[in-house]
Design a protein around this ligand. Sequence first.
Ligand code: PLP
Length: 473
Amino acid sequence: MACCSNYSVYAMTTNDLLSLTLGIAGDYLDKLPDRRVGSLASYDDLLAAMGGELSDGPVDAERVIRELSSAADPGLVTTPGPRHFGFVIGGSLPATLAADWLTSAWDQNAFSFVLSPAATAVEEIARRWLLDILGLSPQMTMGIVTGATMANFTSLAAARHAVLRTAGWDIEEQGLFGAPEIHVLTSDESHISIFASLQMLGLGRSRVTRIAADDQGRMRPDALKTSLANLSGPIIVCAQAGNVNTGAFDPIAEIAPLVHDANGWLHVDGAFGVWAAATSTMRHLTKGLELADSVAVDGHKWLNVPYDCGFAFVRDGNAHRASMTLDAPYYVKSPNEVRANHNFVPEASRRARGFTVYAALRSLGKQGVGELVERCSRLAARMAERLSAHPRVRILNEVVLNQVLVRFEPDDGGDADALTAEVIRCVQADGTCWLGGTTWHGMHVMRVSVANWSTTEADIDVSADAILRSIPA
Ligand SMILES: *Cc1c(COP(=O)(O)O)cnc(C)c1O
């Protein structure tokens, strides 16, 4: 039979194929600390190397893997390595990478208990451990999603349900047409994913009230108070723990009572900053976090699990379920009921992401999570200190966490935006480390973010040297 002869081209057993893959992956991982960090590959080169016409017949799996790995390699960015300081990027702790391989081998569908009792149980365990580490209520429900964007989306869908339910409107059944208007207040500094979530939820990215922030990017409670003063009806307020530029925290302990006095829902985007709650030295920055009605957190940033992973935590479990369920909305009957993962996320069939979370938390331990966060933050402070010794460098933020904003200023009072862009370009071309630019208060600046478990002081020092030698004489 033709179909069977086709399969005969798979000369290797699956085990042999995976052993081959282990070798390729092992080589990549061994070289991580020394690999050039940014990629120089062009899009066209990659299309040419990996593309071409799809063959009519099968290609041997060994050849597929060998050719894929060599063709893709020049286009890989060393984001899992210790010196990628762009955006906010974590790596993969060894135990999480191994658990991720098992997740693929097991190929479980995390949709429901009947499809995977283990994937269901591990998500429940992750929920309990995470809430404990973050100092949040053990009653909060949790959905594991692809990242903080979907965690913000999921949380705000629950918020939308709850504030409209209070107004006598069933959003899931009736939709938004004719619904009472929801007042959405965000920080002027809210992450773009908040606006993307509002756009997807029919709440509009522009019809929000943006609350003024201070010089570090923290929402100003007095400005929030003024905006809330004359509002009534459904209210959602979006605050954040960890500004994506400065790392600063909105004063949640001051914001929460204002929101709750107005009968509003407080959502906190804590993609990476929330992990400060796992430390003893920086926990105070998250003061009041336990008062939030929903919290969005990333797993693939500071927890250092492989892409992709994020968590939506919601205090009102009924609102969470009602907004996400595939079933007809129903309400909690027994606290001991078997978890139905699909009730907490937008997806149905889904990767069993709980295994990597479990591996991260167990391999680090409760204290280890905090130590990882403290270590990265110390390294960020070290980078700021090394750079600020140079007369043309100005650090623009208070380095309270893992983020540093760096501006390069010419001696003659010339164009600092242009000089900063030039330094960023040179650092990226050099390849020792990778840093990107961002806009802060109208200025072009370099952003440094330290969130990888494997970064050392030596990595900071060679990177600081690379940055300093990129400043034109
Ligand atoms: C990274 C980030 C997001 C978006 O997270 P993704 O994982 O990329 O979806 C949202 N908010 C903040 C504050 C972030 O840092």
